[in-house]
Every structure is written in C-alpha cells, then in structure tokens.
Design a protein around this ligand. Structure first.
Ligand code: SF4
Length: 454
C-alpha cells in the first residue's frame, strides 16, 4: 500500500485497502474556520438536532482567520457564531480573535490595518496554525473545511479539504465515507540550487501535470530530495497539491517531522501520541514522476491558473503593479527571511504588501535580528507595507477593505497559492504565483525577475 492507503486502511479498521475502495474513515481531527464554520454548524444542527452534541469536543479545532480584519459586520458576526458554538459544545481548541469569551468581535478601522487588533489566543491562518499549535500528527486523519487542508500532508498525515455538508456529518459522527484515491508518485532527487525554493518545486510539478492533473489523487512526495527539504518547505509543497486537483499530498515521516511535532505538541499541550506510516515494498502507483531538484529554476504560474507555468527569466518584460507575500503557502517565517534576504538594503518600486500567516511569525520577524536590525524593520525600510494582523488577508480577496486586496484590475506577483480569475479581488486583476525570493526580486524591479539576477 502507498502512504495514503496505509493511513486510510488503519482509519477504517481494515488490513488492506486499494484505490477505488469506499471506506468509512474515522477522523482524528476536524478543523473549520470563520467562513465555513457557521455553515458547518448549521448543517450539524439541522441534521442532528438543535440540542445535539458534537462527536468529540477535543477533536474539533476552530480557527477564525479568513475575513477577520474588516469592518464588514457579517464577517465579524461569523466569529461570534463560532464563539457561541464553542461555548455551547465545550470545544477545547478555539483560537478566538478576542480574549473575552462573552465578548463580540468588532474590527476598528480607525486604528488602521497595520497595528494588531487581536487578543492572546488568536492563531492566524488555519493551516499554519494547525501545525504551530500541535494539531498535525503523523499517521492521522485530518478533515478541514478548506481546500488547503492538504498542507498537513507535510507531516505524514492524511489531510484533505471537505465541504460544509460533509463537515457537519463528521461533527456529528466522527467519520466520513471516503473513496481511496489513486496515488501519483513524485520522487524528488538532488537538492535545490541557490535562489530556487520549495514553491518552485510545486509550481514546476503543477505545470508538468496541469491544474487538474492530480484530480482526486494522492500526491506522494518522497526520495532523497524530499528528505533534504525543511518542514516549512514540505508544507509549501503539500499545500499546493489541491492546485493540481489532488485529494491530498503526503510526505514520509522522518526525524525532521518527529522533532517538529514533538516541539509543537509539547509547547501547546496538544496530544503527542501518534503512529506514522512508512513506505511499503509493495506500492501501486497511478503514475511515477522523477523530479531532479537541482535542475529547477525560479518558476511562475501565470494568470489564470496554477498550471500555467513559465520560468521567471522568460517573463522579464512583464510589468507588474504590485507584489504580495503572505498566506499559508508563502507567509511562514522562512518565506519572509528568503524575501528579506533579497530586498535587504534596497527599495521596492511597486506597492508591496506583507502579511505573516500567524502572530507567532509576526513576533519572530520582529525579534530576528540581522546586524542590529529586525527582519521586520528590514522589510519596512525597503518600503514593504507589513501588517501585524496575521491572517488570510487578500490571498482570497475578501471584503473590499481587506489589506492588500486588489480593488482594480492590477497585475500582482504573489507568494500565495491560487490565481484563478478574481482570486485576490477585482475580477479582471491578474495574479502570478511565485516563490518569496522571486516575489522580492520582482518587487524591486517592478517586472517579473529571476532572483538569481540580483
Ligand atoms: S491563506 Fe489563502 S489559501 Fe491559505 S487558508 Fe487563507 S485563504 Fe486559503
């Protein structure tokens, strides 16, 4: 069996499963957020009754992160709906925007968009927060009401996005009927060259197979090249499995996974027992792909889809209006460090927005010192508009007052993960996906720029 099949076999109580089998899978964790949470709660109450109790209030994780820093009152209200449900159900893991369990969330636009407005429990973008708060455990099953839930595959977990109806069912029963996906095997060989990042790996792969090339399939990443990647890098790659239509992305378990999970579960007091899955001698793959990381170059996915691949150096004539670094994919500390290395001591020439994925990342950037200056300061000195309000922000557009949202038909180079029309705001705006280093180089020149040229 493949890694994915092994997890699904265990979670369905079977010795063996194969691609195409339909099996009832037990969930270890269900995650939802402010956009889909209210809908999921509605389905749960409609189907199980107003007074029904969730299947396990220690296995549901609720993370408001999407439409938070906006004056839109209906978006603010969504966070309050989550808080009321958490109280009613005694849900243990709720990363609220405010500290007062009886309060109401109201964003105050008069304080501007840059200064933090959240309390001490707020955790930022759900996928990054799940990992940082110790909810991503190897060998387990994670369902989330968000397509990029697949990011947790970096931790040798079966993690996949589900809709509100399925999530309402999981909330009531703790299980879900899953068709075992076929597995596409990506063996990563060699190591990345300077200036080339994990984002370039996954943009290369999606360009190779197309934005629907892995539809309802598992994408298994392994080999010596996969082992050479940091945990953050693996998160970037697994995150974008869905951009090829993948059901999930999954990495092998190794000492890097173990160290990360041990540290994070210890820090947060989240359950630390787990059983990873290892590769079998007998694996049946739908297809096999070998990627030599040393041959990859800075890559861009052009408007209008993540499979529209070009090399950054082929696009050097293209003028840009804006640059953006942030999101679950591209808003980690390591992403900002790669960005800051390129822009350090220079100035951006186009509007450039920086949105750390989580408050912890905000703190890390403010306390990481490079020759007497924080990385945060290096970013702002270069002209990057950095917000402390960690979250999804303009990655998916959001209400019109969202920080970094494109309210006009602009061209933006972005470290985010999706670029279908209208994704970051205006329906005629265009998004070009790239690594943090390529976004930084392009922010300096105002044109798509291979970071190795700087
Ligand atoms: S940062 Fe973007 S891709 Fe990630 S969860 Fe938020 S909206 Fe989705």
């Amino acid at each position: 069996m493949t890694l994915t099949e092994k997890i699904l076999a265990r979670a369905s109580g079977k010795a063996q499963v194969k691609a195409g089998d339909n099996v009832w899978v037990k969930a270890d964790t269900l995650m939802t957020h402010d956009v889909c949470g209210p809908g999921t709660i509605g389905v749960f109450k409609r189907e199980f009754g107003e007074d029904a109790k969730v299947w396990d209030n220690k296995r549901i994780v609720i993370i408001p992160d999407h439409y938070i820093f906006t004056a839109d009152s209906r978006s603010n209200r969504n966070v309050d709906i989550l808080r009321e449900f958490v109280k009613e159900q005694g849900i243990e893991y709720f990363y609220d925007v405010i500290d007062d369990p009886d309060g109401k969330w109201v964003f105050n636009p008069s304080q501007g968009l840059l200064k933090k407005q959240y309390g001490s429990q707020y955790a930022g973008v759900c996928h990054t927060a799940l990992a940082q708060k110790g909810h991503t455990r190897p060998g387990e099953v994670l369902f989330g009401t968000d397509s990029h839930t697949c990011m947790a595959g970096a931790f040798n977990q079966f993690a996949t996005g589900i809709g509100n109806t399925d999530a309402g069912f999981v909330m009531g029963t703790g299980k879900l009927l899953i068709k075992v996906p076929e597995t596409m095997h990506f063996r990563l060989e060699g190591a990345l060259q300077p200036g080339v990042m994990a984002k370039d790996i996954i943009l290369h792969i999606i360009g190779e197979i197309g934005f629907d090339g892995a539809t309802y399939r598992a994408m298994q990443f392994d080999g010596e090249g996969a082992r050479s990647l940091s945990v953050d890098d693996r998160m970037t790659v697994a995150n974008m499995a869905i951009e090829a239509g993948g059901k999930n992305g999954i990495f092998e378990f190794d000492e890097k996974t173990e160290a990360y999970v041990k540290y994070r579960t210890g820090l947060n007091g989240t359950p630390s027992d787990y059983l990873p899955v290892e590769r079998d001698a007998q694996e049946t793959f739908f297809s096999e792909h070998v990627i030599d990381l040393s041959q990859l170059e800075p890559t861009v996915a052009c408007h209008p889809d993540p499979g529209n691949r070009r090399l950054a150096k082929e696009l050097s004539d293209m003028d840009l209006d804006r640059a953006y670094i942030g999101s679950c994919t591209g808003g980690k500390t390591s992403d900002f460090l790669a960005f800051a290395e390129v822009i350090r001591g220079k100035s951006v020439t186009i509007d450039t927005f920086g949105v750390p994925a989580t408050p912890e990342i905000v703190d890390e950037l403010k306390t990481t010192d490079w020759d007497g200056k924080s990385v945060w300061q290096i970013m702002t000195d270069a002209g990057v508009q950095m917000t402390e309000n960690a979250g999804c922000s303009a990655c998916l557009g959001g209400p019109v007052d969202t920080f970094g949202r494109m309210n006009k038909p602009l061209k933006c180079i972005s470290a985010t993960n999706r670029n279908f029309p209208g994704r970051m705001g205006h329906k005629e705006s265009q998004v070009f996906l790239a690594s943090p280093a390529t976004v930084a180089a392009s922010a300096l020149t105002g044109k798509v720029t291979d970071p190795r040229d700087l």
